[in-house]
Design a protein around this ligand. Structure first.
Ligand code: DPP
Ligand code: ZN
Length: 880
């Protein structure tokens, strides 16, 4: 396939200031009339052909300035329209009629049907599947959209912007049974932000008054009968709107804001101007069907898409290489929002866990790419955790370096200067340089270089001189097509912790320290602190101020001290996590050597003390009790991985912690029982999460099935019910109680696909080779559908991404099952197939036998005929 390169960027010679679309909606024969005002950028008559993008399009007619074009003056293929003979004028009107079949569109890109409703997904390149267009983000156009549909099939007709007109279609003859609606969006936008919805949906309505007094009508549209489940999303939307006014000074700009939930959706949600379209997973919630994690996900995604109105829509991207300009920034904004709504420390720990589990392996494997890539074959494969999550970390570092005030001034300048623009990362960085007077050129490497930097730190204390010296060293390993790396600017928040647990006020000698931040910019850096009254313990990369791997010479005693006393709660959690990781890698080696691992009693006691520490909120304690995942341990070990030994090591530590703290855990488990009616708020969710983590420990010993079984039966909300089911399935697999609970869950929630997804996930993550067969059987379950992305991700995607011992089964059966499933998905939906196929990305770190089997599976996929460019790109890069 073609490789697109950043350095090849050229502005379009043609602009489309105005776009008028008429859709005659029909399941298999939708007619799309596009009337485009085309203008040359130069203001002169065109001096080249007009080439428009298409994808699987059928052209019905073509006219310029009302005159039908003769066949000799253009060529039309499904993926391109080239018009060679153009008027000798700087502006003309191009009328295009295309025909599409929404019902047959299983790729879920462009115009398609989901549960009988018409809907669209145009990011990144779906609009070209609707009509021929300059389908690139720097071509901004004002849209007027007329929708016509059968009034019964689609009483609801929505598009971007404000409703202008609606009514029955005057057919001249008898009532045609069709009606229409016209929508106008006054804000020029790129085609990827276009959306329409036609269908029969229920809704809830509300309103919001902006800070400057604009009345905004809010609507959330869902399947009939599920209206009440949209209430939390609506409340989250209103909180998001207020928060963006208060924290970023950003107000909403249209009279309506609509959200539509659909059940077949490739992504989480989409920020189309004034008409967000959501995967229903991120809208629908009630106590009986949604877990606390679902509620938190809804709050975050509602906020994310709403925040895009400024960071993405009002200011969009010049080209798709700049994707992180809107995504990294908007993730940062939604992270901050959630941190303000919930607990900042808990939120930060959850973010870092996610970053390490998803982004670090990407950055350290064959699919590594810079936050702003320089080339791609398939842009849909760059909606990655590097672009999103690391992109957010980079914005966070800008704030750390500048401080909150200059950061806000920079954001204000960005909004003021670039409103209405299709901008670049250079534009973004420049505003921060201007407001702060700082040089961010070295810092900008965070956007340009792939890979996770590692930093080594050693501390020396000289009691006589009352001095502390820090030695820091940075390194960045080569990544695909980047063998030589330059030195990064790494901001490290730190403190020197005294024996009383408080930070010692320090004086730094030499450069590189500003307040509580060390700016590491060289390969080696030494920092001297004078007048240090006592031997401190170093706490560094507090708050995870830089997304790096840290290696620090530090004793277990010092780490335990930090785990108890560090004033930075993230660093406290990190100290404990590092102790876990060291214990687990040691246990892994012991098990590989044929012996039984043992764990330091001091560590087991520290875990118990942390669990009991009522000065810490329950949600925090739950995270502190959560051991690194099998993937985290694998990453730490690095090579010749044996997933079975990792699982054994992790289970051994779980059992040791449980045995050392059984009585206390049982007491806290009881103390965390719910006392009042259900609330999804962070405090109650935190109590549930601590209780459920303890349930997992208490149910780890063989045969200890009673507590989880009764928890399952008495559960009154989905969080507790699903948690108890997971504990039963993962800890007491095959027990009669587990079998009964799995059957009960299935029959209780059969009509609820989003809940059945949890049932799939829980079973797909049962450790051990036997799960390969379970997944094969579940793919034949009536609740499974290979056409539905949520089902595919829950069962097949989860199996590959989150079940190390089954996916990497030594006999290769997991790979085989997965490769077959990926190809099956691929025939319908290449984007989803390519996404789940990234589960192979760490195959080279496995032991040789598994590596071999994984390679065979990858090669088998790559040799398949007619592979989509999406899947080919992932598989070839993974094998390279
Ligand atoms: N732009 C969308 C989002 O991240 C879609 N992927 O919000
Ligand atoms: Zn986004």
């Amino acid at each position: 396939g073609q490789v697109f390169k950043l350095e090849d960027y050229k502005p379009s010679e043609f602009l489309i200031p105005e776009t008028k679309l008429t859709f005659n909606l029909h399941p298999t024969k939708t007619l799309v009339q596009a009337e485009l005002t085309i203008r040359t950028r130069s203001g002169q008559p065109p001096n080249a052909a007009l080439v428009l993008d298409g994808d699987e399009l059928v052209l019905r007619s073509l006219a310029i300035n009302g005159k039908v074009l003769d066949a000799a003056s253009y060529t039309a293929t499904p993926d391109r329209l080239t018009i060679n003979e153009l008027p000798q004028a700087d502006t003309f009107t191009l009328s295009i009629e295309t025909e599409v079949a929404p019902e047959h569109n299983k790729a879920l890109s462009g115009l398609y049907r989901s549960s009988g409703n018409y809907t669209t997904q145009c990011e990144a390149e779906g609009f070209r599947r609707i009509t021929y267009f300059l389908d690139r983000p720097d071509v901004l156009s004002v849209y007027t959209v007329r929708l016509e549909a059968d009034s019964k099939e689609a009483p609801l007709l929505l598009s971007n912007g404000n409703l202008v007109e609606r009514g029955p279609v005057e057919s001249g003859a008898l009532d045609s049974g069709r009606h229409f609606a016209v929508w106008h969006d006054p804000f020029p936008k790129p085609s990827y932000l276009f959306a329409l919805v036609g269908g029969d949906l229920g809704s809830i309505k509300d309103s919001f008054t902006t800070a400057s007094g604009r009345e905004v009508e809010l609507g959330i549209y869902v399947e009939h009968g599920k209206e009440e489940r949209a209430a939390y999303a609506m409340a989250a939307l209103k909180r998001s709107m207020r928060w963006d006014e208060e924290v970023f000074g950003r107000e909403y700009d249209l009279d309506v804001f609509n959200i539509v939930a659909v059940s077949d959706f490739n992504m989480g949600a989409m920020e189309n101007k004034g008409l967000n379209i959501f995967n229903d997973k991120y809208v629908l919630a009630d106590e009986a069907t949604a877990s606390d994690a679902d509620y938190a996900g809804i709050e975050a995604v509602i906020a994310h898409e709403y925040f895009h109105n400024w960071t993405g829509n009002r200011i969009t991207c010049r080209d798709w290489f700049q994707l992180c300009l809107k995504e990294g920034l908007t993730v940062f904004r939604d992270h901050e929002f959630s941190a303000d709504q919930r607990s900042r420390a808990v939120k930060r720990i959850a973010e870092v866990r996610g970053l390490r589990a998803q982004q670090f392996p990407e950055d350290q494997g064959p699919l590594a790419h810079p936050v702003r890539p320089r080339r791609y074959r398939e842009i849909n494969n760059f909606y990655t955790s590097t672009v999103y999550e690391k992109g957010s970390e980079v914005v966070r570092m800008i704030r750390t370096i500048l401080g909150a005030e200059d950061f806000r001034r920079g954001m204000d300048l960005y909004f003021e200067r670039h409103d209405g623009d299709a901008a670049t990362i250079e534009d973004f960085l420049r505003v921060f340089e201007e407001v702060s007077g700082r040089d961010l050129s070295q810092f900008a490497l965070w956007y340009h270089q792939a890979g996770t930097p590692s930093v080594q730190v050693a501390m020396r204390h000289d009691a006589d001189k009352r001095e502390v010296t820090l030695h820091l060293e940075q390194a960045l390993a080569p990544t695909p097509s980047e063998s030589r790396k330059r030195l990064m600017h790494i901001p490290l928040q730190f403190g020197l912790v005294g024996q009383d647990g408080r930070d010692i006020a320090v004086k730094a000698a030499g450069e590189g320290v500003e307040g509580d931040v060390i700016h590491l910019r060289k390969r080696h850096q030494t920092i001297r602190f004078t007048d240090v009254p006592e031997r401190p313990v170093l706490s560094i990369n507090r708050g995870f101020s830089a997304p790096i791997m840290l290696a620090m010479e530090q004793t277990a005693e010092d780490r335990m001290f930090l785990a108890r006393h560090d004033s930075d709660l993230f660093a406290r959690w990190q100290a404990l996590t590092t102790l876990y990781t060291q214990a687990l890698t040691q246990a892994y080696r012991t098990i590989r050597g044929g012996s039984t691992p043992e764990f330091a009693p001091a560590l087991l006691a520290l875990v118990g003390d942390t669990a009991r520490n009522e000065a810490l909120e329950p949600a925090y304690r739950a995270l502190a009790l959560s051991l690194p995942g099998e993937g985290d341990i694998a990453r730490e070990i690095g090579q010749t991985i044996d997933p079975d030994a990792i699982l054994a090591a992790r289970n051994a530590l779980v059992l040791a912690i449980a045995a050392a703290n059984a009585d206390d855990f049982a007491k806290i488990y009881e103390a965390m029982a719910a006392s009042g009616p259900f609330s999804p708020d962070a405090a109650d969710a935190g109590r549930r999460s601590l209780r459920n983590v303890l349930l997992d420990y208490l149910s780890a010993p063989a045969g200890d099935v009673k507590r989880a079984a009764s928890r399952y039966e008495s559960a009154t909300n989905m969080t507790d019910r699903a948690a108890a089911l997971a504990v039963l399935a993962h800890r007491q697999s095959g027990s009669p109680e587990t079998v009964a609970a799995l059957a009960d869950f299935e029959s209780r929630f059969r009509p609820e696909p989003l809940v059945i997804d949890k049932w799939f996930q829980i079973q797909a993550t049962v450790p051990g080779t036997a799960t390969v067969n379970t997944v094969r059987e579940l793919m034949r379950h009536s609740g499974f559908s290979i056409d539905n992305p949520n089902r595919v991700r829950s069962l097949v995607g989860t199996f590959a991404a989150a079940n190390q011992t089954a996916f990497h089964a030594a006999d290769g059966s997991g790979y085989k099952l997965f490769a077959d499933a990926v190809l099956e998905v691929e025939r319908r939906n290449p984007q989803v197939a390519a996404r789940i196929a990234t589960a192979f990305r760490s195959w080279r770190s496995l032991e040789p036998g598994r590596q071999d089997k994984a390679r065979q599976a990858l090669v088998a996929i790559s040799q398949h005929r007619d592979l989509s460019s999406d899947l080919r790109d992932i598989v070839e890069r993974t094998l390279a």
